[in-house]
Ligand binder design. Sequence first.
Ligand SMILES: Cc1ncc(COP(=O)(O)O)c(C=O)c1O
Length: 366
Amino acid sequence: MNKKISCLDLQGQHQQVKKEIFEAFEKVYEKTAFSGGPFVEEFENSFSEYIGVKHSIGVSNGTVSLHLAMLVLNIGPGDEVIIPANTFIATAWGVSHAGATPVFVDCDPDTWEIDASKIEAAITPKTKAIIGVHLYGQPYDVDAVREICNKHGIYMVEDAAQAQGARYKGATVGGFGEMACYSYYPGKNLGACGEAGGLTTNNDNHAKHLRSLRNHGCTVRYYHDEIGYNYRMGGLEGASLSVKLKYLEGWNNRRRSIAKRYQTEIKNPKIKMQHKPDWADGIYHLFVVTTDTKDEFVQYLADNNIIAAFHYPVPCHLQKAYQHLGHKPGDFPNSEYLASHCVSLPMYAELSDEEVDQVISVINKY
Ligand SMILES: Cc1ncc(COP(=O)(O)O)c(C=O)c1O
């Protein structure tokens, strides 16, 4: 019987870095620097250097990073923000938490990223920003989206939650828009030992404002300039991220080589893959395929000890939480197709060559 292979398994990564992380935790403990503080700052500095931006701001998770991005851009009730219909729901939460309305746009049928050619039809006088999502770790067409933003005088924000280290036309994503938002949820390519998130920006004022908003709206302790939030990153999370950041490029490259093997060695006409434009150098946070026989395929994989997952089974516009927006099936057909046909294959840096062989051979026999 084949060995059981899950879509994601965090054990291997954490065994590899356990000693270093525990040493880092000890330092946090000795300094009792549990909330914000030097270990978060150290991570922020190394992350901004890694991305190639001026500022990195650590916060408590990726969802609040999107909320803060909206607040800093003065987006609120009565405003609209364009996002892809096929993303993890938190992209929409960031907009809704600020009191604004998410406006969905369908994805491209081949790249599965936001379809820039459909954005202008969704722009109204209320549109303030577009949040482009580098979904599954593959960049969206940044130049095409940015051109629309410039033409209409609206902001571009990157949701890079799944894309720490992905490159678009050779440049690392995260410095293209007003701000970029990240999740360091444990399952992400760069994941904390706990909940964490962050933002990057080249804008000094945005950085200053973000640092104040995440810390109760104050720059001087106990003097509150505006209504703020407790969205700080914890010291243990920051310390774990500094350790893991040193490995990120290696882990991303391993994911790239596994993806390359899937792309070239899976030869089954029933399986369709995400189209990768030449300018996209993704980090394969997820490796999603589609098939017309999803349920049967997933059962077949399970029978062969391969446990798949689904990202994401319901597109944002058809979620119950957004039923008040009045969408119906058929509004965004490419996103709906993806939702009902997507299957995520095992993808993480610690997959062995033999496990990759097994996934490929099982799929080719389907
Ligand atoms: C595209 C996207 N945006 C935002 C988030 C939100 O991040 P978090 O789970 O850290 O709140 C996630 C992570 O799950 C995500 O995948």
